[in-house]
Design a protein around this ligand. Structure first.
Ligand code: NAD
Length: 498
């Protein structure tokens, strides 16, 4: 009798206490291929449902998640050490995405008639948005539930099935959330919302399996690998990558509001947020008042595992090395620590660090830190702030504080989103597109664009009648060309709007 070796597994632990949270299989390329077959069949079932039927099922899922939200938040806390309130926060954002995408899919994606244009006026024209098929969703550890739900919300609403690969550091809470889909919809085939767990190899297998799209959320270096792997089968990719988000504080800013928002935006989730505020440009006239309030507020922030802690541990040990490198290099380059310093790094925790006057070419300004570190540099005016804010390879989120010039400054910020007189709000608003430019990636979750991201726009044209020469048949007669020549002169020779 031959014995098959047990499938390899990995154990997820709390980053602060080392307590075991759960054990998960390391799925292989064969497992991915198996899931793909199941997902393909399930997608046909899902796509045959009406938008209304899909919406009802998603809404039932939302209710099932909400009923288990305490359990989900406990698990989220156990696997990442993040305050339960923060887990709740990302859960709400994810549920809002599910609800919005299901509610708006029909409006955005239903088949519609369009004008055929003058050259083919004798045709009817329609545009439809059929689903892509089976979508892979690869997620990071920092907001593990939100990033999984974000991918699923738009993929499912557009009629796709999905295979999810959660992060190896935090798969437990998102797997529980996905299981709730079947509690709410026992009639749904198991391949519709399915998942694989494991490390880079499992994610890579998903990229080369021939799926119809990969929606990847994670770091820039992995994003490059994902895109390269997807190129093998010309699998389209959506990349939601890192950021170095900036805030501009103008002369007419409400300094109190700006200081509060910057401290929260830079430190929530321990700075482990793609849209966390890592750079601030404050104009000189309000600099001192702004720095004084930032210092006061940031110094009162408590870190730990207690219920009243503002944030918890660094979830991945390697990220602590990045934080140390950035803080050290900034201080060595002449920066001043307004709050904290190298001594703030006491693994697995990092207390708030606020650095001022950091040289623009320093790693702390140029690279994603992904920790509770905020750099504040002083500029003479908004022009200089904009110039420096835009001198980055990233372009995810941004914000501006100004009583009168908010919209003007927002328009000139190079980023996927900008919040005026607050921070990060575009993330929690499913009606507006969310995504980046430059090294922050491309493609969008959220909004009408997020739904179209998971559909394959299709043109259908139909001949209604024939009038005049038929230029799509042979032979062509000289009088037909004559008519076309006249039409060209009539339509194009007159300079309209010149
Ligand atoms: P990561 O790139 O290390 O991992 C992300 C996911 O990719 C994980 O599930 C991982 O197992 C998988 N993976 C690793 N190697 C792979 C490969 N070769 N092929 C396929 N999959 C692979 O990112 P992380 O450290 O988990 O997350 C932090 C990063 O995510 C930060 O840079 C952060 O800014 C970014 N992020 C971006 C957004 C956004 O919406 N733009 C949101 C959250 C996080």
């Amino acid at each position: 009798m031959t014995q098959t070796a047990p499938a390899p597994t990995f154990t997820v632990t709390n980053p602060a206490t080392g307590e075991e949270v759960g054990t998960f299989p390391v799925h292989t390329a064969d497992d991915v291929a198996e899931r793909f077959v199941e997902a393909r069949a399930a997608q046909a079932w899902w796509a045959a449902l009406s938008y209304g039927e899909r919406k009802r099922r998603v809404n039932r899922w939302i209710a099932a998640i909400a009923q288990r939200s305490d359990e989900i938040c406990d698990l989220g806390f156990a696997e990442t050490g993040r305050p339960r309130g923060d887990v709740q926060f990302e859960l709400i954002a994810g549920l809002e995405d599910l609800r919005w995408a299901a509610a708006h899919a029909k409006r955005v994606l239903k088949e519609r008639r369009v004008a055929p244009g003058m050259a083919l006026f004798n045709f009817g024209a329609r545009v439809s948005y059929p689903p892509l098929g089976v979508v892979g969703v690869i997620a990071p550890w920092n907001v593990p539930i939100y990033t999984v739900l974000c991918g699923l919300a738009y993929a499912l609403a557009a009629g796709n099935a999905a295979i999810v690969k959660p992060s190896e550091y935090a798969p437990a809470s998102s797997v529980l959330v996905m299981e709730a889909f079947y509690d709410a919809n026992p009639d749904a085939p198991r391949g519709l919302v399915t998942w694989v767990t494991g490390f880079a190899e499992t994610g890579s297998a998903l990229c080369t399996a021939g799926l119809d799209k990969i929606a990847f959320t994670g770091s820039v270096p992995t994003g490059r690998k994902v895109m390269a792997a997807c190129a093998e089968n010309l699998t389209p990719v959506l990349l939601e990558l890192g950021g170095k988000d900036v805030t501009i504080v103008a002369e007419d800013a409400d300094v109190e509001k700006a200081a509060n928002a910057v401290v929260w935006g830079g430190l929530f989730n321990g700075g482990q947020a793609c849209v966390g505020i890592e750079r601030v440009y404050v104009v000189r006239p309000v600099r001192d008042a702004f720095l004084a309030r930032v210092k006061e507020i940031a110094s009162s922030v408590t870190v730990g595992l207690d219920d009243d802690a503002a944030y918890g541990p660094m979830i991945v040990p390697a990220q602590i090395d990045v934080v140390r490198r950035h803080v050290t290099s900034a201080l060595e380059a002449g920066a001043t620590a307004l709050v904290g310093g190298v001594e703030s790094i006491r693994p697995p925790f990092v207390d708030p660090v606020v650095l001022v006057d950091v040289p623009e070419d320093n790693a702390a300004v140029q690279e994603e830190t992904f920790g509770p570190v905020v750099v504040i540099n002083t500029v003479e005016d908004v022009e200089e702030a904009l110039h420096k804010a835009n001198a980055t390879r990233f372009g995810l989120g941004s914000s501006v504080f100004s009583a009168r010039r908010g919209r003007e400054i927002a328009r000139r910020l190079k980023a996927g989103g900008t919040t005026i007189n607050s921070v990060l709000t575009f993330v929690g608003m499913p009606s507006v597109p969310f995504g980046g430019i430059g090294d922050s990636g491309f493609g969008r979750f959220h909004g009408d664009d997020g739904l179209r991201e998971f559909a394959a726009p299709k043109a259908t044209t139909s001949k209604r009648f024939q009038l005049g020469p038929d230029m799509q048949s042979f032979p062509r007669r000289p009088e037909d060309f004559d008519q076309v020549r006249k039409m060209v002169k009539f339509r194009y020779a007159k300079r309209r709007g010149a």
